[in-house]
Design a protein around this ligand. Structure first.
Ligand code: MN
Length: 738
């Protein structure tokens, strides 16, 4: 074993330099006391971590320094956050105690570090429900001090930037967690730059081949892109200047993640993604004339290029809840290409890149603006405090809330309410008041009557109609998307069930009394079993609902019959694991420890050779091989990271010459002979086996699923291309979910 030479002098120099950079990056004026406190935090952290190294071999202190740097430079946080970032791993990983930190830095710092220590275990839990519980806790701390979340995001960002030195297994777990929770969180908090970097970094590890492909393509087309941008702005530069506007133009390519999403969603090649970049015009203008100056720029740009009226987004007049302000339009640029133009001021740009922290900065300057954070936090708090505390439901609802955009609707009095896009009349009713929700029978929408399920649009004015006779039913869950409405409806049913069970119990108690039989749990269990029910409370409930006819219930007969039954044959507690559905083909190589486990292919994504894959250890069915792009993969990897194993395909020569099942979807315009064109292409020209084909046609459009037997992705791609080329009227996609 060779030992790596460590140059301690050089390391110390690097550490000192990193520390100085942190100080430099704090953009607010700092007092001498602040500086002394930061120095103290640095020294404590340096001493506490002194014998620790990161997986990369670097001294550990580099990590807290980098996190502090991100907090100050990229999120725009101040002194307290920098101190906390420097100390964020000390309580968890070293001998430093919270009491010591409280003594040295005060209550505020101690509170934030405590929050950071507590949430650090979040998502490391193998048990999904514990994980959800932890996530809930994490969000609760958010209402104490949002800096806990911001520092946590900085911590995650640095870990993602340095993920190369981790084992492939940890890479998959950490990257999927990041895509699953942290990127949406950054998005919700308005930290767009951090959100896209987190997404890109996760893609780098989860779909490395696709990631590298787009990265190379982006580099190759850079000059071409810059030229296009120069041509685009050239005609109107003069006008901007003659209006006395100070401006800066940036051409921002889309993130690799979003380009890949587009390619996949629209089934197009890199070259066909038309909006690879957006042109951003940033003007430097005082806050009083911001709005009119942005529209001035809009008017200049659209003098030269025709705008698409459907793509105008005005977040200058009504900012997004996370504080985002900008004016977006899409215009027809040179060479007949649609180009997205984002118009905003320097202040707006900073908020868009750095989120709330930048807001606070502007607030400090006395230019308070309603940033919506308070509103968002109170909504989160509302969900957290609702008595229906099923953490799993909460996690799902919350994740939904993170992803969806918002709509604005008005009450009859003209008050503005923000709701997630896709909200219904019923969501709106519950948003106003839970009683109004429970009794809602419909609404008057812009003076037209609509049902409770009606989906609301931006700008709708809604008057809820209610009746005290109205009661929720199970269908209501299909009409609502907000967490508040869902939890109120669940709560309603819980109450109803509770009452019904109470009634059922009384009925049964009377019956027992009349038959002079002991009302005890043994007898009740036998009765429940007789009706094939899991619990006695199910029995109460069914009795109250008259799903069980109490008049025909003969308790005595049931109990006697039970006594005369032969004793249950003991079933063994542990059942033997079932063998994997399709036994080893030697097609896939699993990582060393699990090399000999039986495996099979996941039905949800049908991987075939050539796909990027991973293994998931199931209970009783060996290892299931999924595609890393499987719709279930993110959730699996981030929730059950410890059951993920690395898997790859055997070399081409060693792959069994076996056909793998894969499905494609064809759709397009119905014309005579379309089915025979498709089937001819597949079976005659390419001589590939079709396992099944089903095509349905509706109003001139057809859609069909074809199940094929192929050798690998290359063959599948050839088939898809051939079908596409056979007729202009057909489009072809691979199906993920079967
Ligand atoms: Mn850390």
């Amino acid at each position: 074993m060779g030992t790596k030479e460590i140059d301690l002098d050089l390391e110390n120099k690097l550490i000192v330099k990193a520390y100085r950079n942190v100080l430099k990056s704090i953009r607010r004026t700092i007092t001498r006391e602040d500086k002394a406190a930061i120095r103290k935090a640095f020294e404590i952290s340096l001493e506490a971590h002194k014998n620790m190294r990161r997986k990369s071999g670097e001294p550990y202190i580099i990590h807290p320094l980098a996190v502090a740097q991100i907090c100050a430079e990229e999120i725009g946080l101040g002194v307290t956050s920098v101190i906390c970032a420097l100390l964020h791993d000390t309580v968890e990983d070293t001998d430093i105690t919270l009491d010591l930190l409280r003594l040295k830095f005060g209550d505020k710092v101690a509170l934030i570090i405590d929050g950071l220590t507590k949430i650090s275990g979040v998502l490391d839990q193998p048990d999904k429900s514990i994980q959800a519980e932890n996530f809930k806790k994490m969000l609760l701390t958010l209402s104490d001090d949002v800096r806990v979340i911001l520092i946590k995001l900085a911590d995650r960002l640095h870990n993602m930037r340095t993920l190369d030195s981790m084992s492939p297994k940890s890479q998959l777990k950490i990257a999927s967690e990041t895509a699953y929770v942290y990127a949406p969180l950054a998005h919700r908090l308005g930290l767009y730059a951090i959100k896209s970097e987190l997404e890109d970094l996760s893609t780098k590890y989860l779909q490395s081949e696709s990631y590298n492909y787009v990265k190379v393509k982006l580099n190759e087309t850079k000059t071409q892109r810059n030229k296009y941008i120069r041509n685009f702005i050239e005609p109107f530069i003069q006008d901007l200047e003659s209006q006395g506007l100070t401006y800066e133009v940036k051409g921002r390519p889309k993130s690799i993640h979003s380009i890949l999403q587009k390619m996949k969603k629209q089934n197009v090649s890199f070259e066909e993604v038309y909006d690879l970049f957006a042109i951003r015009i940033i003007i430097d203008t005082p806050i009083e004339t911001e709005k009119s100056d942005c529209w001035k720029v809009y008017s200049i740009v659209t003098d030269y290029y025709t705008p698409n009226p459907d793509r105008l987004r005005d977040w200058v007049s009504t900012p997004k809840a996370n504080g985002y302000e900008s004016l977006h339009t899409t215009v027809m640029g040179p060479k007949g290409r649609w180009v997205e133009v984002q118009i905003r001021t320097k202040r707006m740009d900073e908020i868009a890149e750095k989120g709330y922290a930048a807001h606070w900065k502007y607030k400090d300057n006395g230019q308070a603006s309603d940033n919506g954070l308070e509103g968002w936090l109170s909504r989160v708090r509302e969900i957290l405090e609702s008595p229906d505390s099923n953490a799993m439901d909460f996690l799902d609802d919350f994740k939904l809330a993170l992803y969806t955009d918002e709509i604005f609707v008005f009450t009859p009095k003209g008050d503005l309410r923000k709701l997630p896009a896709g909200s219904s009349v019923l969501d709106f009713a519950f948003d106003i008041h839970s009683d109004l929700g429970i009794n809602c029978i419909g609404a008057k929408l812009n003076n037209k009557l609509v049902p409770i399920s009606h989906q609301l649009n931006n700008g709708d004015q809604v008057e809820i109609l209610s009746s005290s006779k109205q009661k929720p039913n199970e269908d209501w869950f299909n009409f609502v998307i907000t967490a508040k409405a869902k939890s109120k409806i669940r709560e309603y049913f819980k109450q109803i069930r509770l009452k019904a069970s109470q009634m059922g119990k009384e009925i049964l108690e009377r019956k027992f009394k009349n038959s002079k039989i002991g009302f005890n749990s043994d007898n009740l269990q036998i009765l429940a079993k007789h009706y094939k029910l899991k619990t006695v409370s199910d029995l109460y409930y069914k009795l109250a609902n008259e799903e069980i006819d109490r008049t025909k219930m003969d308790i005595e007969a049931i109990l006697i019959a039970d006594k005369n039954k032969p004793a249950d044959i003991q079933t063994p507690a542990v059942t033997k694991p079932k063998p994997a559905a399709n036994l080893p083909l030697d097609a896939v190589i699993l990582s060393e420890n699990e090399a000999n486990m039986p495996y099979g292919f996941a039905k949800c994504c049908n991987p075939i050779p050539g796909d990027e894959i991973f293994g998931f250890v199931t209970i009783g069915e060996g290892v299931k091989i999924h595609r890393t792009s499987c719709p279930n993969a993110l959730a699996l990897m981030s929730n059950y990271g410890y059951r993920i194993i690395k898997a790859k395909w055997a070399n081409a020569e060693e792959l069994p010459k076996k056909a793998f099942v894969s499905s494609i979807k064809v759709s397009g315009i119905d014309s005579v002979g379309i089915v025979s064109i498709i089937t001819d292409t597949i079976s005659k020209q390419l001589q590939v086996n079709m396992k099944s084909i089903s095509i349905t046609s509706n109003e001139g459009l057809f859609e069909g699923n074809i199940v094929l037997e192929v050798l690998d992705t290359r063959q599948l791609e050839t088939i898809m291309l051939a079908i596409k080329n056979a007729s202009d009227l057909i489009s072809v996609n691979r199906i993920d979910l079967s």
